[in-house]
Each structure stands twice: as structure tokens, then as C-alpha cells.
Design a protein around this ligand. Sequence first.
Ligand code: HEC
Length: 156
Amino acid sequence: MTPLSKKILGMAILSLISLGLLAACGESPEATAQERATETTSAESMPQTPVRSSDFRIPPQGFVTDLQRGQQLFVANCAQCHGTDARGSDKGPPLIHRIYEPSHHSDLAFYFAVSRGTHQHHWNFGNMPPVPGVNGEDAAHIIAWVRQQQRAAGIH
Ligand code: HEC
């Protein structure tokens, strides 16, 4: 090998090595850390994702509901947004409304709203947070009262 070709070979090897180094630097460890950071942030910015569904039990069919108890529980836990008479306030929509009739929002939708909250989607009041003080049986009483109010208003 001539000294010149040795030099060229040496340069080629050097540039191969530095290319490899560059590639290694541009590779994922940093990117992965970044992705992880993004994931954490977006998870944290969604406080209304299921938090307490594990201790929330929908009562079995045949559970006997009490309208008066339902109204009391509604006033204590829901009225601040949905209004004392469930006809809405400046913080939440009326539940005595056609869109919340059973064929459109089943009882299950009510249980989910209470235990998990719900994202803003029908109105412009923002998200509904879960209501931690209300268990499945409480919710059943509340639903019974809301359904009775809907019927009384001629909604179904
Ligand atoms: C902090 C305010 C707030 C409280 C307290 C609250 N809600 Fe809501 N709720 C909302 C808002 C706002 C919406 C409307 C979300 C949308 O569709 O834009 C809503 C929607 C709902 C819905 C419809 C869910 C769906 O699937 O569209 C039901 C059912 C409901 N609430 C029931 C209740 C009951 C029962 C309680 C009490 C145990 C309660 N809410 C307490 C704010 C509240």
C-alpha cells in the first residue's frame, strides 16, 4: 500500500466511525425520555379519567329505590351544577331535558357520569368531574328521582 492509499483508507475509516457516533447520538434514548415526559404530562392533564370505578358498584336489578332519598342526594351532590330542580344552572345542563331521556342516556350513562365524570360534549359548561361522595346505591336513588321528574315533565 502506498502512503497515499493508507491515508485515504484511514480517512474513510475515521469518517465511518464518526458517522456511527453521530447516528448513535441522534438515536432514541433522548427521544424516548421525551416521549415518556409527554405521556406523563397528557395523563396528568386528564384528571377526570376513571379514578374510583373500582369501589363503585351498580346495585343489582330489583334494588328498591327511594324517590325522597334520591331528591335529597341530588340536592346535596348534583344541584350545584344541574340546579335544585335538575333544570340546569350556569354551571351545568338541565337533566330534565329530552336528550337525557332513557333511550338517549340510559341509566348506565348516569352511573358512568357519577363514577367517572364526563367530558364536555353536548354543552359548553366544561367537563363534569366524578362525584366521589356518591356510591352506586346513592346513584340509583338519584336516577329514580330524575326519571320521575322527567316523566312528570312529559319527556317520556
Ligand atoms: C361540577 C359540576 C357538576 C356536578 C357537581 C355534577 N354534574 Fe353532571 N354534568 C355536568 C356538566 C357540565 C355536564 C355536561 C357535559 C356535556 O355533555 O357537555 C354534565 C352531564 C351529566 C350527565 C350526562 C352524561 C352524558 O353521558 O352525557 C349526567 C347523567 C349527569 N351529569 C348527572 C349528574 C349527577 C347525577 C350528578 C350528581 C351525583 C352530577 N351530574 C353532578 C356538571 C356537573
